[in-house]
Design a protein around this ligand. Sequence first.
Ligand code: ATP
Ligand code: MG
Length: 446
Amino acid sequence: MRLSRYFLPVLKETPAEAQIASHRLMLRAGMIKQQQAGIYSWLPLGFKVLRKLENIVHEEQIRAGHVPMLMPTLQPADLWRESGRYEDYGEEMLRITDRHGRDMLYGPTNEEMITDIFRAHVSSYKDLPLTLYHIQWKFRDEIRPRFGVMRGREFFMKDGYNFDVDYAGAMHAYNRHMVSYLRTYERMGLQAIPMRADSGPIGGDNTHEFLVLAETGESEVFYDSAITDLKLGDREIDFDNWDEVSAICTEWTTPYARTDETHDAAAFAEVPQDRRKSSRGIEVGQIFYFGTKYSEPMGATVQDGDGNKVPVHMGSHGIGVSRLVGAIIEANHDEGGIIWPEGVTPFHAGIVNLRQGDAETDGACESLYKALTAAGLEPLYDDRSERAGAKFATMDLIGLPWRITVGPRGLKTGVIELTSRRTGESEELAPEAAVARLTEIYAGHM
Ligand code: ATP
Ligand code: MG
């Protein structure tokens, strides 16, 4: 992409309404525009990151054996009357009436609708296990939308639902989700810690939230720092192997990690003192086993192996895709702007032309642009007639991990400059060497 043809409405001023770094930077970098409280347009740069995260979520869900689909944003109220949640959900639900006077709602989540789909089409245990998911816009009329996309009213969420014939099967589905989520966040360059969460009236140890540590997080968290050393890396995982998946979950859930809702001071006191940490966290996902809570009232049953009709065991599992854009920035920025992890960056590298209009410099930038594109990378080429300082500031603000600076002085000796956004370190090298280096860096992130 050439910047002269792109739409990148960066702001010079720091927007006064934004209280936290990610919100400020998303506005300044021209990623989003607020349309109403908690409702945003995703401008091209923001949209590109959102799509990247969505793709990672899809890839990891499919890898775990889960099946993508798409349900509508608008739902009939009658489905929610069946589960009893139409009244219970309260003011967070946006209720709409159509021209025929029928009650509808903008879905805050999809348990009822997926249960309705399931009961219409599945009746035998032989069709199980099954996990269906979608990535779709949700609406919750949050009383205090804030922090930009972190707590919006309209937000983009992956929600998946497992259907299993019994508790044991549903627990494997739960574990599979935990491991697929760990993989997902790791690919995004994030550490999200699974923390035992409050399961409310259902009880039991069957829900975990995933929290990214950040000072601006809304949750208070307590953890054993040993958990921050855990990494999946490039382990091969067989998601059908119950024991293997369960062992990974045990690894991640053994060190103490809880939010204030489930915090247990006595258990925490047993963690060695130097590893006892408390901090703030951003909830970027949650997994939940709820058994037959929806299948029973809604009549979603299957015939089990003995010919008995039993309500199906379910769980629901969510990832806050749009919130993650903010969470990643909270965890990766400095005074100059955003610092995208390589796995989610909107463009792989920025090309800065120090003397636009100079035939040799323009030519070198063009051939770099072509070579990077041919290597399967997406460069953003700043081909505007701006001062170098302004170009550098824009690149720092939008946070591409690598910047290639091309100027007449370097070209005299056949070199360009490759700069890391994260470390600020620069290196002079031949253009072909820079392309090779970037190709290698991104090989693990494609
Ligand atoms: P919170 O406690 O932050 O209000 P929640 O527990 O109500 O969230 P879930 O129903 O667990 O949310 O939804 C799954 C995920 O969707 C959350 O983990 C979070 O990442 C994201 N999410 C929830 N509400 C919002 C929101 N208002 N704006 C953006 N993302 C959200
Ligand atoms: Mg939650």
